[in-house]
Design a protein around this ligand. Structure first.
Ligand SMILES: [Zn+2]
Ligand SMILES: [Zn+2]
Length: 225
């Protein structure tokens, strides 16, 4: 029997970042992907669906995706007692972004968040689980060097952070960004997962890989002969 994965997108911060709550329908165990901020909103969705949060998953080190991490760990610790919520991801090459959260806050007009240290860094091909759900990890550098994506093979759902958007791709003008690397990651790591894969991007509406292969101005198949 296949465990059912459910999700709810919770746009957070003034960047309207698509923080996403994922949960296993059988066990009610949940993981939150990219808690950029507005943690009271995230906590209320947990209560609304009667879920127990077991980990935080991070796609990359940009503040609008990770800014609420330390506050969420603290809030969960306050309600649940001693156990610290594990922080898993991104790839270790994004640690330099996490190390400069105060500078990111200044640039983006956020209040400076508390710093944190991930408990696990992911590599290409790793898996991560909560409840009876398993997600596959792909390392997709280019927007940031340590950007990862999460893929649920059974329901063909991907959470791609700022790698790919409906009609666009992530910015590559940041330190250690690389346009060619990003396009290559999209074409060699995402497209093979299937045209019918639905994806939740870091910002904006959902789409499918097939739709982007047809119509995305940056990575449509027709751009590459
Ligand atoms: Zn980003
Ligand atoms: Zn973003």
């Amino acid at each position: 029997m296949i465990a059912v994965l459910r999700y709810q997108i919770i746009p957070v911060t003034h960047y309207q970042q698509n923080c996403t709550l994922l949960w296993c329908d059988e066990t009610r165990e949940a993981a939150v992907v990219d808690p950029g901020g507005n943690i009271e909103r995230i906590l209320s969705v947990l209560v609304e669906h009667n879920l127990s949060l077991v980990k935080i998953l991070l796609t990359h080190g940009h503040l609008d995706h990770v800014g609420g991490t330390a506050a969420l760990v603290a809030a969960m610790q306050a309600t649940s007692g001693s156990t610290l919520l594990p922080i898993e991801g991104p790839h270790k090459d994004d640690m330099f972004w996490i190390n400069i959260l105060p500078q990111q806050a200044q640039m983006m007009g956020f209040t400076t968040p508390q710093n944190f240290q991930p408990n696990v860094f992911f590599e290409e091909g790793d898996q991560v689980g909560f409840g009876n759900i398993r997600l596959q990890i792909r390392h997709c550098p280019g927007h940031t060097p340590g950007h990862i994506i999460f893929f649920h093979a059974e329901t063909k759902l991907a959470l791609v952070g700022d790698v790919l958007f409906k009609g666009s791709i992530g910015r590559t003008d940041f330190p250690r960004g690389n346009y060619d690397e990003l396009v290559n990651a999209i074409r060699t790591k995402l497209w093979p997962l299937g045209d019918d894969v639905k994806f939740i991007p870091g910002h904006g509406p959902m789409s499918t890989f097939g739709e982007e292969r047809l119509n995305n101005a940056f990575v449509a198949d027709k751009n590459f002969g």
